[in-house]
Design a protein around this ligand. Sequence first.
Ligand code: F6R
Length: 608
Amino acid sequence: MCGIVGIVGRHPVSQRLLDALKRLEYRGYDSAGVATISGGTLERCRAQGKLVNLEMRLKEQPLNGFIGIGHTRWATHGAPTERNAHPHIIDGIAVVHNGIIENFAELKAELEETGADFETSTDSEVVAHLLAKYRRDGMSGQEAMHEMLKRLRGAFSLAILFQDDPSTIMAARNGPPLVIGHGDGEMFLGSDPITLAPLTNEVTYLVDGDWAVVGKTDIRIFDSEGNAVTRPRCTSTASADRVTKGDYDHFMEKEIHEQPEVIARALARYVDIAGHRVAPLSTGMDFANVSSLVISACGTAYLAGLIGKYWFERYARLSVEIDVASEFRYRDIPLSPHAAALFISQSGETADTLASLRYCKGHGLKVGAVVNTSESTIAREADVIFPILAGPEIGVASTKAFTCQLAVLAALAVGAGRARGTITEEEERQLVMSLAEMPRIMTQVLRNIQPKIQLLSRELSEFPHVLYLGRGTSFPLAMEGALKLKEISYIHAEGYAAGELKHGPIALVDEKVPVIIIAPHDRFFEKTVSNMQEVAARGGLVILITDERGAASSKLETMHTIVLPNLEEIVAPIIFSLPLQLLAYHVAVFKGTDVDQPRNLAKSVTVE
Ligand code: F6R
């Protein structure tokens, strides 16, 4: 989604704003722009498309000035054109905005009646016009800011420059995060601490409803009533150093290969590997005494939650209500205050997931956050944080965060099982031993399956449709495999429960549709093989992903068979994620798509 940067500096800011925008690229965007104040005048440069376009424009037409704001725009209202790119400038006021102004149509109509002439089709431009109107009415910048914020409805963060005040940036937050960075005689603004990491690690988070006047050496923060408030200054652990591709061609490729290492780190936190126990640390939630569990999340994080549901039900005998957060938040679900809730989010900023968390908190549930970003809003609002420790994930398609979410959920489910007495000490020992073997097995799998996956990917890249099937935890995994393929290669892909095949999807099967069947040799294997036969009987192209036992017992001819080592049931979905991720990655590479920043997608979805 959109990203915001700002610098009130001692040195020229244009290049630094551009560098900071580059650190926001991972969030997804389709145009970008910067504005500075130089010699008492606002200067602006904008470009459609990627930041290289803006960079080229800035070379032709450099911007001067020691104060400036910048923006990467992910279009919501209005096409991703240069004209719609931020900053919007009206009467010496420059505005960048992240989020959605829900009442913009009403405000626009009102402003047009008083003579405002709108240049763009964005919702954001109303902010600049409202401020300009209040200034014309005689208000100071600060007064105009306060009045303007009272009129906005929706989720937004804002950074604003007033041409007649070249030493201040105004900022506001109501939803999407905004961080103020403290420098040495300089101040910074950013959508997240990673943006600011090379500039400073000393940050202050604005909370919802806050607005701020940011000078070179001081900040003044106000709440929505206009009362001065203090927000703590803290040291962020975000680091920009780690955010490089290293020897890899894409962040996604690097993140796939980082999984053995990051899973080991996550496991070290949640399980006592030597003692073969779940670590007591992970019992921050009293699973022994909860009546049921509620899980909500979006996209890949939701699919991790769906696999978690199988584990919590099986090992802890806890019934789990799970839904995508965009539905969950509006379903008016009757909730027991004796239930516990888990919200899963890589970014920790997903608007629907945050709203669902607040809904559960409002109903008195104890709320846990399974997050990658421990400084995120979801983490800060939860009662208990379960960090997944995946490290920064830059590729828009989630890979290592997904498997780390699974590793954490698996450990929590086993811990819950012990706390509830639904698994024995010996069962816990076996399960923890299986989890502990994952980093080694992952390394081996990543090394061994690459050549085969590359071969298969080249063939698959020629097909317009692909089906994925699985049973048990392989069903959410089938959906995750399909999601990964469609989002980065733009091939239409669907994941189904294999048992649903005959209830509809089989109508799609013919010799032009590859069907990827995820079938570890588990208690569902025979049934999945029957579904595979149904596909083969209709000329469908079967691609079987199985383990050694499965490969030995399946006699069916396949287009390709990918064979993984034999695995315990609890780790199978985590290890089976690897071929699915690699497949999507290599197909996208063959198709020449933008792997790390696929079209129309954003890494951090801060609006609903
Ligand atoms: C897909 C993907 C998305 C995210 C979803 C939730 O590869 O990454 O589906 O999983 O947007 O994002 P977070 O986890 O940040 O809440």
